[in-house]
Design a protein around this ligand. Sequence first.
Ligand code: F6R
Length: 608
Amino acid sequence: MCGIIGYVGFRPVNETLFRGLRRLEYRGYDSAGIAVHDGERISLLKRRGNLDSLEPHLEALPREASMGIAHTRWATHGHPTTENAHPHLDCRGEIAVVHNGIIENFQELREELTARGHRFLSQTDSEVVAHLVEEEYQGDLLEAVRRALRRLEGAYALVVMSSREPGVLVGARKDSPLVLGLGEGENLLASATPALLDCTHRALALENGEMAKVTRDTWRLLDLAGRPVERRPFEIPYDVAAVEKGGYADFMLKEIYEQPQAWKNTLRGRLDRSGRLRIEELEGHGIDLSSIRRIIFVSCGTSYHASLLGRYIFEAWMDIPVEVDIASEFYYREPRLDPSCLVVAVSQSGETLDTMGAVRWAARCGAPSLSVVNVVGSMMARESDGVLYTHAGLEIGVAATKTFIAQMAAVYLLGLYLGQERGLLEEGFVREVFSYLESLTGSIEEVLEDTEAVETCAEKYCRCEDFLFLGRNINYPMAMEAALKLKEISYIHAEGYPAGEMKHGPIALLHPGFPVVALIPSDPIYDKVRNNIEEVRARQAPVIAMATRGNHEVGGFSDEAIFVPEVRPQFNPVVLAPALQLLAYHIAKMRGCNVDQPRNLAKTVTVE
Ligand code: F6R
């Protein structure tokens, strides 16, 4: 939620900040702004809308600036207007602030500051930070920010500059990510590493309760008590090419086509020489897997659907109860956990605050947590007791695609690993299933090569305003994921439903203009799903059947058929998911939607 960046160094500041913002645009895009320091004063540029609205006005900023801060916003408090866009300034225009997060006590602070004569220009929670720093400023920006932070409740990643201290940026974080990029004669602070790549590949992540003071040649980390913090920088493991479209029309399409690689990379190097499954990043985690009596997946959105898949797999492979919870519904009901419950948090970003809440709740209850995360070194990876990385690479499209398939790979892998470590699965079984998983790369490729039927369906039904996706058993989470994908990128109302549950209510909705996508790959409950499809047909709703290649009867009970490669029933989700993503993608494109930046969304959700 929101991308922030600060730059100090030798490059043209306006362009450098703007390029950095482009790399963060997936985090929010309803308004944007830049403030630069030209050695004397701060100049400000803000616009409503995405970065395209800001770009034509960059010329208005002074060219001789040597540092600046910038922001691309996903609105929480206050409408997406120019006034509410960041950076925010104090009353004198001497302090400029960009903020990602939510200041929970902003009303109270705002009233207090207003009573002391401060004038507010926006409806945001963030503006109070500029005024608080102004109040505390006595010639030392770092100290002023440190004192101001004591008053803030909530989540923040901040970058602050003062017109009175040219060449100095101050950053701070609590519950929203902030990284420091270390260059030669230049340094940066930003929400995420993609924003650093044009300048440097060396970075370090600030932890909660830490601050950074940065100039073009120096940097210093400290805690809120002002004590120095030591941290070793890391190398950012991808380059600029990874954050470009590489010839594809959109990031989403590029990422859909990167799925075979994401699948392969997540499985790579997991078997040791003796043929035992090995998850290197889980070694030495200190979780006693043999004492686990209950597993609870927690996650949001697409990651929740990968977690649901986990339940089917774990229950099939192990005699252990498995629950799945939506993270934002989890910790507020204060679920009873104890050291025998393993909380598995699934998150692409590793920063989703709702899921973080579940990890922290587990820690409070003494329950071990294990996160399945894509972003290396993210907050969840650091705070949970163990981590399993999905090596999907950087995902920029707001809709999760390649990270979903990587989460599925991780869930199968984790199931095998837990079964192996708890002595519930034979070594031979683990090895055999693992090599089958590896072989599925080819099946994913096949789905991506044969898109004609998907495009034909998209063309025929893209003007419909409702869709129902039906799946049963292990394919039910794919129906839910397909509905989410379609909703978020095409704005079509869609629901994912268990095929057998439809007769208990939703069937009332059906009519000839309401297409139903039925997931009916070959598996032991094929006949049941077929019966459910007949129920749909009896209500004259068009049926798009997604079936296993070689099924010659499907044409007899559907209006359209999309075929996926034949795989073992437990792995049908792996071939259904990319086909469903492509269907959503083509429908959205045919409706003229911006699939990379769907309205109202942001990629990383760091607010509750
Ligand atoms: C949908 C999507 C979201 C995320 C959700 C959780 O395409 O991307 O539903 O899955 O916001 O995000 P992470 O996985 O980062 O915790």
